[in-house]
Design a protein around this ligand. Structure first.
Ligand code: PBG
Length: 326
């Protein structure tokens, strides 16, 4: 045995304190953005069947939820609206008193410090469930841009701190930036869902947001999961158009893409840990098959290690509690 040559990596794993000295990645409460679903009506707190622990909330119950979020030390929420009325052109997305606009204003009045992000898309608001205007079965790019800009401006007017367009039309960052600037919102940043794959992991969200496409799929605007270079093209366009943050979505099956984006661009990178990723872990945990807390912390640290600065996750409240317990 004497002349064997090898390195002793285990020296640095000898004790808790030794391991913490050499730890490379950490999770902080500041890393997390909590998604919320707001609905019209009163006294509504309905659990989304495919997302245990995630609720539809009416505005009268929203303050209690936001109080909990802020007390836990979470700094930011992203707001999704689930309107009662839908039409061909998604009118409720840019209505002055739409459910999202009301929710944003209410949160900013009662929790002015909380950073409120508005998801800017049409699919929850259109009768056909697509993210753009539809004509003869086609999703039209350029006519959709005006509506997205209108939506963003109405959200900024309601008080949104960040606009997060998720529709994947070409030019949406340029159109929204121009719209915001023309209306005096040059200080409102854009967190672009720059790299958004056409993913089966959005299934539970579409239950939650009632936003499944009524015909076809989203493959003509969301990206093919097989593509890596295309992610860099998408991110590059959004940077040129003025994005302040870049989102990669989903997260778990796309950690390589997160690293690519981090290595190539110098804005904060955000991972969207999407609904299907949440529900898979929830379901396994509810069956007692995995240790929920450890699995969640491990996958989130994996995203940080891959290079993200921020993570949008339905687990944000749990993680904040777990970080306190440590
Ligand atoms: C809207 C939107 C989607 C998600 C966020 N914004 C769904 C979709 O593109 O169908 C998915 C989020 C999740 O799955 O948690 N365009």
């Amino acid at each position: 045995m004497k002349d064997l040559q090898f390195n002793r990596h285990r020296r640095l794993r000898n004790s808790d304190n030794m391991r913490s000295l050499v730890r490379e990645t950490y999770l902080h409460k500041e890393d997390f953005i909590y998604p919320i679903f707001v609905v019209e009506g009163e006294n509504i707190r309905n659990e989304v069947p495919s997302m245990p622990g995630v609720f539809h909330l009416s505005l009268d119950l929203l303050n209690a939820e936001m109080a909990e979020v802020t007390e836990l030390g979470i700094k930011s929420v992203i707001v999704f609206g689930v309107p009662k009325e839908k039409d061909e052109v998604g009118t409720q997305a840019y209505h002055e008193h739409g459910i999202v606009q009301q929710a944003i204003t209410q949160i900013k009045v009662h929790f002015p410090e909380l950073v409120v992000i508005a998801d800017t898309c049409l699919c929850q608001y259109t009768s056909h469930g697509h993210c753009g205007i539809v004509e003869e079965g086609k999703i039209l790019n350029d006519p959709t841009l005006d509506l997205l800009a209108r939506t963003a401006v109405s959200q900024a007017r309601a008080g949104a701190d960040i606009i997060a367009p998720s529709n994947m039309m070409d030019g949406f960052v340029a159109a929204i930036r121009a719209g915001l600037d023309e209306n005096g919102f040059e200080d409102v940043p854009i967190m672009s869902y720059a790299v958004k794959y056409s993913s089966a992991f959005y299934g539970p969200f579409r239950d939650a947001a009632h936003s499944s496409p009524q015909f076809g799929d989203r493959k003509t605007y969301q990206m093919d999961p097989a593509n890596r270079q295309e992610a860099l093209r998408e991110a590059e366009s959004d940077m040129l158009e003025g994005a302040d943050f870049l989102i990669v979505k989903p997260a778990l099956a796309y950690l390589d893409i997160i690293r690519d984006v981090k290595n190539n661009f110098n804005v904060p990178v955000v991972a969207y840990n999407v609904s299907g990723e949440y529900s898979m872990i929830k379901a396994a945990a509810m069956n007692g098959w995995i240790n929920e807390r450890e699995v969640v912390m491990e996958k989130l640290i994996g995203m940080k290690r891959a290079g993200v600065d921020l993570i949008i996750t339905y687990y944000a409240k749990d993680v904040a509690r777990w970080l306190d317990e440590k």
